[in-house]
Write a protein that binds this ligand. Structure first.
Ligand SMILES: NC(=O)c1ccc[n+]([C@@H]2O[C@H](COP(=O)([O-])OP(=O)(O)OC[C@H]3O[C@@H](n4cnc5c(N)ncnc54)[C@H](O)[C@@H]3O)[C@@H](O)[C@H]2O)c1
Length: 340
């Protein structure tokens, strides 16, 4: 297969770095340029384990996706055909404290990338979105979100992701930029910044610290291993239709309580480490995606069993304190402080 050049944005973050590792391994002729601003969540060490061959096909550029001239320059200089946009402010709790940063990067940044695509021409602009744009579901509802459902974002993070999706579709309809969008459930796996619930609980437990569960600990999320998410994006890039939106989900739901119990169980630690704190404002009850389209049309399905994937992930954090310990003082939000 001929060599492709991909521009991956936000590739020093959790999902983007997993995507780059997976893509370079599975596409031995392709080259990747990683454009990442290196915010508190960006960490070049996430890709320290690339092989020499992979490193030769990999270029890191520190910069902002809002810098349209830079993006145009990178497209021209490297002959970029495909852009995959992971770059975002991604933490709901932080968005409660600083909503503007989310609108700047997630909306205006996405628009700048699209404008660069419109001016320079690319074969595909793939945008990584989230199930959270649809709002939340009742805990006992039989419904799940389907592609085309109305957007009902409830938090600044969700609203910024929803707005970005609208801009992506508008650039397709108005300027014929060849876009695709994927929405995904909650990801877990190695290299996730320790502000998100699974690495937060795991790294707290490993330090003998309490696990802060929101009081509504029965609230549920659909969970997917990051590798399955990346394989879904790969499938959309290879076989997906331009202009289309695809859900990437497992159908597997777990409450926050169940996640905490599973982590403590894997580490052989007592339930007494769980403490209950006030919910973050706008704490969604439940998300669940109907992912039948990607399964039916693109023959994708998840490959990693949740129990095994979670155990391996917890073990990964246990075995890599040198990765997460330096990140602890970068986290901006105290999850125990919402009631004050
Ligand atoms: N983590 C999940 O469970 C999940 C689920 C569904 C969708 N998503 C989406 O997937 C994408 C990646 O999420 P993640 O969990 O890897 O996030 P992350 O916070 O780990 O990584 C985001 C990366 O983007 C970079 N970045 C931030 N602002 C930038 C800017 N202006 N210019 C260039 N780079 C910038 C950061 O430095 C960081 O490396 C996001 O768009 C997120 O909304 C995440």
């Amino acid at each position: 297969m001929s060599e492709q050049r991909l521009l991956v944005t936000g590739g020093a973050g959790f999902i983007g770095s997993n995507f780059i590792r997976l893509w370079l391994a599975r596409h031995p002729s392709d080259r990747i340029i990683n454009l990442d601003l290196l915010t508190y969540a960006g960490n070049p060490a996430n890709l320290d384990d690339l092989t020499d061959d992979q490193r030769e096909r990999y270029t890191f550029v520190q910069g902002d996706i809002r810098n349209r001239e830079l993006v145009e320059h990178l497209i021209g200089e490297h002959g970029v055909e495909v852009i995959v946009n992971f770059a975002a402010e991604s933490h709901n709790s932080r968005a409660v404290l600083d909503p503007e940063a989310f609108l700047r990067t997630n909306v205006l940044g996405t628009q700048a990338l699209l404008e660069a695509c419109r001016r320079k021409g690319v074969r595909r602009f793939h945008h990584v979105s989230t199930c959270e744009v649809y709002g939340d579901l009742d805990l006992d509802s039989p419904a799940s979100f389907r592609e085309g459902d109305p957007y009902r974002p409830r938090t600044p993070y969700n609203a910024s992701k929803a707005a970005a999706d609208h801009v992506v579709r508008a650039y397709h309809e108005t300027f014929h930029v060849p876009v695709s969008i994927s929405m995904c459930a909650n990801n877990y796996g190695p290299y996730q910044f320790p502000e998100k619930v699974i690495p937060l609980f795991t790294t707290n437990a490993l330090q003998g610290k309490p696990l802060p569960l929101y009081r509504h600990s029965e609230n549920r999320r659909e969970w997917i291993h990051v590798v399955d998410h990346c394989l879904g994006i790969e499938r959309i890039l290879e076989r997906g239709r331009v202009g289309e939106t695809y859900h990437i989900g497992t159908g597997l739901e777990k409450s926050v309580e169940q996640i905490a119990d599973a982590i403590l169980g894997t580490l052989g630690l007592p339930q007494s480490l769980k403490i209950y704190v006030e919910d973050r404002p706008g704490h969604d009850r439940r998300y669940l995606l109907d992912s039948s389209r990607i399964r039916r049309e693109l023959d994708w399905q998840p490959t990693i069993d949740f129990e095994q994937g979670l155990r391996e992930t917890v073990r990964w954090y246990q075995e890599h304190p040198e990765w997460w310990k330096p990140l602890l003082n970068r986290a901006a939000v105290q999850e125990t402080g919402w009631g004050r």
